[in-house]
Write a protein that binds this ligand. Structure first.
Ligand code: NAD
Ligand code: FES
Length: 277
């Protein structure tokens, strides 16, 4: 259990691993996540389940090496085992036939958009996907998404591939010319905020998948709280998806930056000494 059976570099600092996790593979639904503890001293890392195979009893995860724990995870080799795996957690995406669904993925958020896009396609929706990265080498899952989308648009901030600009530039044109029944967006907070502001005047239902800081991931500690429509919600048990028109993105951003100094120091220490920092 929890053994890595496949590992792939998708882009610099972005890796895919496939793990033996038969119980999770059997139950997991699009939008749900797992929490990993890499070793005895490891923090908990929440990661969306990107893919699963019930027959083989495996799940696929994609992560960006952004801090000490994700670097440690990235250092594990095929055959090695992750200490603990908890899940599936969170509320699954409500998948139904709506008409036209526009999925928007920014950077590593594309990994989260992928299983939801596939599920909406399988439910009979017409799918327009818009994915973007800072530069060509950071773009992930283009081929896989192209296979399941009716239309796929690609952007890079620097214009090295696809259209130059942000995913939101393409979304603006898309919702101006096509009737969209749902927009589903995952990526950096500023991107999800902009997407939600673009769809608001059109009244298009917009779901965003948030990544607040999580500790216990069971609704007990409160670290993942987010303000949605003036109410406090917990990302781990009430989310991770919320109505983008109701999310207080400014507060989310502030809370995400709360531990950035400590994270930076732990990372520097880990890199320089290879210790626990
Ligand atoms: P990034 O900064 O490279 O941005 C990716 C794309 O998002 C850009 O190419 C652009 O198209 C769009 N974008 C960025 N800023 C924008 C803005 N101001 N307006 C409109 N569009 C904008 O993203 P990255 O480095 O891959 O992602 C890093 C961030 O995303 C991290 O903060 C990470 O925590 C977050 N993230 C969130 C989730 C989630 O569940 N919400 C999942 C994965 C990553
Ligand atoms: Fe503790 Fe959500 S992570 S309540």
């Amino acid at each position: 259990m929890n053994k890595i059976v496949f590992k792939q570099d998708l882009a610099p600092d972005i890796k895919k691993i496939v793990l033996e996790a038969p119980l999770v593979a059997k139950k997991v639904l699009p939008g749900e996540f797992v929490v990993l503890i890499v070793d005895e001293k490891g923090e908990r890392v929440p990661l969306t389940v990107v893919d699963s195979d019930k027959e083989k009893g495996t799940i696929a995860l994609i992560f960006q090496e952004v801090g000490k724990t994700t670097y440690k995870l990235g250092e594990l080799k095929v055959g090695e085992v992750i200490l603990n795996l908890l899940g599936p957690l969170g509320r699954a995406t409500e998948i139904k036939k709506l008409g036209t669904v526009v999925t928007v993925g920014g950077g590593v958020g594309i990994a989260e958009v992928y299983p939801v896009t596939r599920a909406f396609k399988e439910a009979g929706n017409s799918i327009i996907s818009i994915i973007g990265a800072r530069t060509k080498g950071l773009l992930i899952l283009e081929k896989e998404l192209r296979r399941m989308c009716d239309e796929l648009f690609v952007t890079t901030d620097d214009g090295t591939y696809g259209r130059r600009g942000f995913v939101s530039d393409v979304l603006k044109e898309t919702i101006g010319s096509t009737k969209a029944d749902l927009v589903y967006a995952v990526g950096p907070v500023p991107m999800m905020r902009v997407v939600s502001e673009l769809t608001r005047p059109y009244g298009i239902k917009t779901l965003v998948s948030l990544n607040p800081v999580m500790v216990d991931a069971t609704g007990m500690c409160g670290s993942c709280r987010v303000s949605v429509g003036g109410e406090t919600k917990f990302g781990c048990v009430d989310g991770p998806e919320f109505d983008g028109h109701l999310v207080d993105f400014a507060q989310l951003e502030k809370r995400l930056n709360l531990f950035s100094e400590q994270e930076k120091r732990a990372m520097e220490c880990f890199k320089s000494k290879g210790t626990e920092g």
